[in-house]
Design a protein around this ligand. Structure first.
Ligand code: PLP
Length: 453
């Protein structure tokens, strides 16, 4: 034990040093740090390396080549940091090393995950009784929830898709908005629906699916709506979509990878009005809830549909009796107990802290928009959540400005093309971002934009 203890203390010390340095280091890894990665490029050694040397190599060579994503001025993609309680819970759960598949073998983590699911259904305003599963991210959450949808709409017409597959099945109409996330289409492809076979509905200037353009649906049908467009943050008109879909007996799935969290804020809840009328939802915990990677959540109103799609049975596996087996709700059998971190994040924030996290980051997004547009850089989106699209010129200039921001290292933003218009993307998703961080980042963005030719 002495050796293990020594090593864990060493790891804790190194981790603390890393975290302490986060606010002050350049956000992107330096060219020197990237060059040192070549030191890793050796054949697998024959002889064991001492544990403390393994750790030192990681800390000294890999650590500096990381991006300060966990820090307060990373605004790329939609990337949160890690709340202190969530990171600490991740370490502890790592030590527990539970296989979270089955209640019988890991009752503690099964219980904590069940409570976390109940809290989430409550705080996100989902219908009571909604079932859920802990998966790796929104891609897998979309896949999981849509597998339940596929089960339900085909069972309705007498087809057992788990047994018979999709070949020869009654056709399922799948409707997606033009601005659906590419991973939603990937999930549909994995389920046999085909990326190009789906019915695409035109979106408006913010990326919202227009419900009036959804065709009349007959037979098995699934409509994929979105809460939180990855560029604009826009939310589809969920109440209208659900009302229309349900008159046609269609299933509504919502990709709410980050946007679903608006439901946890009394001030922003109206932005996702109608969310509770849908049939399934996908979201991420590793984005706006600020848990460590990898952590996504699938929710399905009809628990039996999710169990039918995901359940496994075999003589050596305990069957679900009075207790819930987590693996009956996810694609994976063996997996880590990532729900422990979700529980820890929720417990450490409380209802008020969660609302504050969501509202605070949205407030910073509005501040970016206000001050950058006042400085002469038009904002292309209505800033309804935490995403801001800032125009700094044509594609070439936008790329140069983004490269300058990243090389300068005060903050990190990427670029995108929104409906034909190049833009910088700013996503404010980190719990630790402060007013001062936003002030410094706006100044850095302005300097880069002014000096890029
Ligand atoms: C990020 C995102 C995804 C994919 O999530 P992962 O966690 O990366 O799998 C899907 N949909 C939307 C709207 C997203 O923002």
């Amino acid at each position: 034990m002495g050796r293990m203890e020594q090593l864990l203390r060493d790891a804790a010390q190194r981790a603390v040093r890393y975290l302490r340095g986060l606010p002050d280091r350049p956000v992107a890894a330096s060219p020197q740090a990237l060059a040192r990665l070549a030191e890793l490029d050796v054949p697998l050694p024959d002889k064991p390396m001492a544990d403390q040397d393994v750790l030192a190599l990681l800390d000294e060579v890999v650590g500096p080549a990381t991006t300060a994503m966990a820090g307060p001025r990373y605004f790329g993609f939609v990337i949160g940091g890690t709340l202190p309680a969530a990171l600490a819970a991740n370490w502890l759960a790592g030590a527990w090393d539970q296989n979270a598949a089955l209640n019988q073998i890991s009752p503690g983590t099964a219980a904590v995950e069940e409570v976390a699911l109940r809290w989430l259904v409550d705080v996100l305003g989902l219908p009571s009784g909604t079932a859920g599963g802990f998966v790796t991210g929104a891609t897998m959450a979309n896949l999981t929830a849509l597998a339940a949808a596929r089960h339900a709409v085909l069972a309705e017409v007498g087809w057992d898709v788990e047994a018979q597959g999709v070949f020869g099945a009654p056709p399922v109409t799948v409707v997606v908005g033009d601005e659906a996330h590419p991973t939603l289409l990937k999930a549909l492809a994995l389920l046999g629906f085909g990326r190009d076979r789906v019915t695409r509905v035109r979106a408006d200037g913010q990326g919202r699916l227009r419900p009036t353009l959804i065709p009349a649906l007959t037979g098995p049908a699934i409509i994929c709506a979105q809460a939180g467009n990855v560029n604009t943050g826009a939310v589809d008109p969920l109440a209208a979509i659900c009302a229309q879909a349900h008159t046609d007996n269609a299933w509504v799935h919502v990709d709410g990878a980050f946007g679903l969290w608006a439901a946890a804020s009394p001030a922003l809840r109206e932005r996702v009005d109608g969310i509770g009328y849908a049939d399934s939802w996908a979201t991420d915990a590793h984005k706006w809830l600020n848990t460590p990677y990898d952590s996504g959540l699938a929710f399905v109103r009809d628990a039996a549909a999710l169990r039918a799609a995901m359940g496994v049975s075999a003589a050596y596996l305990p069957t679900e009796g009075a207790t819930r087996n987590p693996s009956d709700y996810t694609p994976e059998l063996s997996r880590r107990a990532r729900g422990v971190e979700v529980w820890a994040a929720l417990a450490s924030l409380g209802r008020l802290g969660l609302a504050d996290l969501i509202e605070r980051t949205c407030g910073y997004a509005r501040r970016f928009a206000r001050e950058l547009s006042a400085a002469g850089y038009p904002v292309l989106n209505e800033v309804v959540l935490n995403q801001v699209l800032v125009s700094v010129g044509d594609a070439g200039r936008t790329a140069r400005v983004a490269a300058r921001i990243q090389a300068d290292g005060v903050c990190w933003c990427g670029s995108t093309v929104w409906q034909g218009r190049p833009a910088l993307r700013i996503s404010v998703s980190n719990w630790s971002t402060t007013d001062e961080d936003v002030t410094r980042s706006i100044a850095a963005i302005r300097t880069a934009a002014e000096s890029a030719g």
